[in-house]
Ligand binder design. Structure first.
Ligand code: SF4
Length: 380
């Protein structure tokens, strides 16, 4: 049976740049946005010819960025229309749009719902105005609450909220208030990430100059466990290391990434996967526009994965999920007996309390969740 694919569309515009951001995004201007939407449509149009081995059957579409809601609704609708023209979109498709609180109003959200978009993912990050200003977000805490209320009124029944834990100078008390703010809004889905700063992030420079104090790892770990326990008390399932949902509201699109399903990808920096090869587009918007204009491929990297790379990737992606790795299924699919091939690594991780292993399943343990990269490294 063919596994239906997802489609990712990257919208690289933001009102301002957050002080920790490493995504391919820049300032919004109307003319560039018009050109970019036209280019995306051309890329969608030519994609099925470019990747003939990929399924055209689609069950998720995801607008990420950047801030997709910097575009007008009719621009987002035209992109959906282009997808409908060139792919077979399943009934019940999940269509997610990432949005920033403060970038949307009731009318916009109502029109967006009218396009068929049925899931919103708001980048809340914190409810604390001091923290929001420190990390350069363009909204205030109250706007996150208003955005969720407006989204509900517009008919969205599937809302995800993002938070960041481990911000400089963050205290447990502020973190607990952020969690309380989150649960009060009763979203269907939560994504919570630990702050990771790249070398040239403005926030990293402020820490290096001594203007801000990074918090220690112990406190960050305590914040993660505070979240894990609070989310459980509020009825959310932790179905992935950084993601929680009400039953039935897991991100179907992101599950494609973790379960080795195929996904198409359009726009700058977007990365796709066919089941055997992985590719990503150029990150430079001018280069992207030129290539599309000339009718050329915007792909900058394309690698074909060996069987061994695919099986090792399958282990660490599945380890992110609550279900873990089904040992028998893995052996049937890749011909690798994990217990034999990785015996030494498994003994070491088990002794350190980072994994749980029985005859049928390998899972990451509660202690392993905060040292996940160490666990994954054992299988690479
Ligand atoms: S809104 Fe998101 S993509 Fe845009 S600058 Fe902030 S972190 Fe980066």
């Amino acid at each position: 049976m063919i596994t239906p694919a997802g489609i990712y569309l990257h919208i690289p515009f933001c009102a301002t740049r957050c002080h920790y951001c490493n995504f391919a995004t820049g300032g919004y201007d109307e003319q560039t946005a018009e050109h970019y939407v036209a280019a995306l449509r051309r890329e969608i149009e030519s994609a099925t010819g470019r990747w003939p081995e990929m399924t055209r059957q689609i069950e998720t579409i995801y607008f990420g960025g950047g801030t997709p809601t910097t575009l007008r609704v009719d621009q987002l609708a035209s992109l959906l229309e282009e997808c409908r023209r060139h792919f077979e979109i399943n009934a019940g498709v999940e269509i997610t749009v990432e949005a920033n609180p403060g970038s949307v109003n009731r009318e916009y959200l109502t029109d967006l719902r009218g396009t068929g978009a049925n899931r919103l993912s708001f980048g809340v990050q914190s409810f604390d105005d001091r923290e929001l200003a420190m990390i350069g977000r363009s909204h205030q805490g109250i706007e996150a609450r208003q955005a969720v209320e407006m989204a509900r009124a517009a008919g969205f029944e599937n809302i995800s909220l993002d938070l960041i834990a481990g911000l400089p100078e963050q205290e447990m008390a502020t973190w607990q208030r952020n969690l309380a703010g989150l649960f009060e809004l009763a979203p269907e889905h939560l994504s919570v990430y630990l702050l990771e700063l790249y070398r040239d992030a403005p926030l990293q420079h402020r820490i290096e100059r001594g203007e801000l104090q990074a918090i220690d790892d112990e406190l960050t770990v305590a914040m993660y466990y505070e979240l894990v326990d609070a989310a459980g008390r509020h009825g959310y399932d932790q179905y992935e290391l950084s993601n929680w949902s009400r039953p039935g509201f897991e991100s179907r699109h992101n599950l494609k990434y973790w379960t080795g399903a195929p996904y198409w990808a359009f726009g700058i920096s977007a990365a796709g996967y066919s089941g055997s090869s992985r590719w990503s587009n150029t990150r430079n918007i001018n280069h992207y526009l030129e290539l599309i204009e000339r009718g050329e491929s915007p792909v900058a990297d394309n690698s074909i994965l060996s069987d061994d790379e695919r099986q090792s990737e399958a282990i660490f992606l599945r380890l992110r999920l609550r279900e873990g790795v089904d040992l028998r299924e893995h052996q049937q699919r890749y011909g690798v007996d994990i217990a034999v091939r990785y015996q030494e690594e498994l003994d070491r991780l088990h002794e350190a309390g980072l994994i749980e292993l029985d005859e049928s399943t390998l899972r990451i343990s509660r202690a392993g969740k905060v040292l996940a990269n160490e666990v994954f490294a054992a299988f690479i």
